[in-house]
Design a protein around this ligand. Sequence first.
Ligand SMILES: O=P(O)(O)OC[C@H]1O[C@H](OP(=O)(O)OP(=O)(O)O)[C@H](O)[C@@H]1O
Ligand SMILES: O=C(O)c1cc(=O)[nH]c(=O)[nH]1
Length: 477
Amino acid sequence: MNFFDKLHNNISQNQSLLFVGLDPNPEMMPAFYQSEDVITGLWNWLQFIISETSDFVCAYKPTLGFYEALGVPGLELLHKILAVVPKYIPIILDAKHSDLNTSTIFARTVFTEWQIDAITLSPYTGQDHVAPFLVYPDKAVFILCCTSNLGAKTLQHYPSNESPLYLQVVKESKNWGTPEQLGLEVGTTNPDILGFIRATAPERIIMVRSIWEEENNFSQILKVGLNSNGDGLLIPVPQDMLASPKLSEEIQSLRSQINHVRNEVISDGSTCSVWLPDVCLLNQHPQHDLILQLYDIGCIMFGNFVQASGAVFPYYIDLRKIISNPQIFNQVLSAYEEILINLRFDRLAGIPYGSLPTATGLALRLHCPMIFPRKEVKAHGTRKLIEGNFCPGETVVVIDDILISGKSVMEGAEKLKSAGLNVNDIVVLIDHEQGVQDRLIENGYQGHAVFTISEITNTLYLSGRINEEQFLAFSER
Ligand SMILES: O=P(O)(O)OC[C@H]1O[C@H](OP(=O)(O)OP(=O)(O)O)[C@H](O)[C@@H]1O
Ligand SMILES: O=C(O)c1cc(=O)[nH]c(=O)[nH]1
């Protein structure tokens, strides 16, 4: 089960958007737990917090820095804490890690060894830094977009209040991962800031921080931050409450107050127009999630692009990026597989270069031999036109990423046929439409595509990824 499913299960089971920080901060530890051995005191206190709150929270959030500050015993304490948190409650490690050199190894440690469900990250080192954390399909990251720290104001609001850096972080990080993989961390007491962020990222989970610094804003903060389903926010339990001997009672009372506001938001339905596109499941494309993920990793770009033919289209599809995201690559292979299982063939042939990784992945998955027609024949070595072994008379299915004019796949198929192979079917991820399928049929081939460009743009428009102008530019092509 992925992080967001686990989170949502817990939200509905415990009817709670509250999360609790599991921080061994000696300065906040109640006197009752003070002992000669500070680690023992902290361990007892944190166990008390877990036992009092596990039925009323949706997640726990240990802050790595507090554990590190206690040295080796602190890290041992972290492991003990991770072991006692009930398995069904997701754990978000607050690490704000931002070191590019160590991100791959740190992601592996946190997600596979420590079995943490999600992590907070700083955005400043960009997508390269976040990507190693996103290759774990069941895990998630929260990108720090904004803090309530006064000293950060000059940076966060740069260059102007109309176009502040923190909103740029929100817009940029939305391209790094899907809503199931990437949430936002927002520390603010200002409902306007949270409102701007919610409007920019209506589909994201927002983990709010510091909202209790101005208690009067509580209801307003929730109303601008919650989505029309009355969720989409993770809300911290105030730190002071964790020192109370009546923690369980207090947290239940806080949960009731929050749920009261959630019910008002649901019955009001005022944010419905923002959310309708993402929650409407009617007529949703079966590959809806895959389309959004391809868009989010930058495979589908809108703007004026010159194509290989010299024509200018209002978009460009670059599927060569898929290989850098194993989780999405895997879904792409599954989508091809659904088509291929209904076809009869002896071998797969990939069209170079873009589709060679895909054909290779499919060959491994389907246990089917692969060959490929070269783009250019070398003047040295074996000078082969087709690489890999085959027997004339065999049937080959051609794999490519996209059909624009159909020239590439048909040229590849002709090379295969000239070597005595049969080619009937051509399978691609994206069909550009505009008559390309008919062109294939005229030349004796049957084209199969996972989705068409129209299905992609409809999905992106309905889910709010592209605006009306981009959608219309496509429709009028
Ligand atoms: O239907 P068409 O008009 O032929 O266009 C589609 C082809 O264009 C792209 O390859 P490209 O030629 O850009 O080369 P690459 O795969 O080597 O990057 C794509 O991978 C398809 O093979
Ligand atoms: O050659 C093209 O026209 C082309 C190739 C490709 O991979 N994507 C695209 O949108 N156009």
